[in-house]
Design a protein around this ligand. Structure first.
Ligand code: GLV
Length: 322
């Protein structure tokens, strides 16, 4: 029987992919800084039995049409909006993702971003690095209190709950909105379910933790930002297109809201001329929610495990269902 062929769309440490090499032929996109060009993906997907991909690889229907022997697509991410799940299912290709393993790390980063935006940490760093630190001034770089403030979480899944858990340590008043109520979470972290409107109107921090789907596209639009408090801080560590960036830019510029902390953007990577990056009240990060050494290793190992399962004809452990 022909040896299976696995294509990996980013450089992954050798020791993690050793089990794949024992199973078949493996090739890996060589360049660390640039994503695999679509044309190369087209060539690879034609030959591959398995693809190890990540958040920024567009595994769309046109690409999947080229697949001749593909059995499994394993993404090193919890979010899988870059993969056409239906097109994969029609071709009996299993799709796997990495839930759970990155929850706490992503919640840490979410909280770091929330705190940085509220307390104007990037602005403080700029001041000191640019030798602009003058006399101590009573209202210099004053931000917003985190403790005892109201945190509104949109999307109460694993990461939402982990963010809420952190908020309890700051005595925050936690409200959430979700497609369904989460009684266990309410019990565990004292979060209160509210309608979206109430969440937006009353929260000091609005944190988006929902997956990106057709339903959540531009969920945070002009109307939503206008409902928020003018002192509120908006945080997004889920997916960029959940936010209408033009509306967010206007809200921040016009003072409809106070600040934003963003780890994700509509079209990544963004450059310094992106309108949101020109605003002092935006704290921006380059999509590093799950980026701790340990968690990224665990995600990669889990992805390798999914590929091995798929190649052996087993059900993958964390299958994305339609
Ligand atoms: C990262 O964005 C992920 O979905 O894991």
């Amino acid at each position: 029987m022909k040896q299976p062929y696995v294509f990996i769309t980013r450089r992954i440490p050798e020791d993690i992919i050793t089990p794949l090499k024992a199973e078949g032929r493996v090739s890996m996109w060589e360049k660390e800084e640039t994503p695999v060009p679509y044309e190369r993906l087209e060539e690879e997907i034609k030959k591959a039995d398995a693809v190890f991909c990540n958040v920024s690889d567009p595994i769309d229907a046109a690409l999947l049409e080229k697949a001749e022997r593909l059995k499994v697509i394993a993404t090193m991410a919890v979010g899988y909006n870059n993969i056409d799940i239906q097109a994969a299912a029609e071709r009996n290709i299993q799709v796997a993702h990495t839930p759970g393993v990155l929850t706490e790390t992503t919640a840490d980063l979410t909280f770091a971003l929330l705190m940085a935006a509220a307390r104007r940490i990037p602005e403080g760093i700029e001041v000191i690095k640019n030798n602009e630190w003058g006399a101590w001034a009573p209202f210099f770089l004053t931000g917003r209190d985190i403790h005892h403030a109201r945190l509104g979480i949109i999307g109460m899944g694993r990461i939402g709950e982990a963010v809420a858990k952190r908020a309890t340590g700051f005595d925050m008043d936690i409200v959430y909105h979700n497609r369904s109520r989460k009684p266990e979470t309410e019990e565990a972290v004292g979060a209160v379910y509210v309608e979206m409107e109430e969440l937006l109107e009353t929260s000091d921090f609005v944190c988006v933790q929902t997956p990106y789907t057709k339903e959540t596209h531009h969920l945070m639009n002009r109307e939503a930002f206008q409902k928020m408090k003018s002192t509120a801080v908006f945080v997004n560590t889920s997916r960029g297109p959940i936010v209408d960036e033009t509306a967010l830019y206007e809200a921040l510029k016009e003072g409809d809201i106070q600040a934003a902390g963003l780890d994700v953007f509509e079209n990544e990577p963004v450059r310094s001329n992106h309108p949101l990056l020109t605003l002092p009240n935006v704290t921006a990060l380059p999509h590093i929610g799950s980026a701790s050494e340990d968690t990224r290793r665990k995600m990669a190992e889990m992805t390798v495990g999914h590929i091995l399962q798929g190649l052996r004809g087993e059900d993958v452990a964390h299958k994305v269902e339609m």
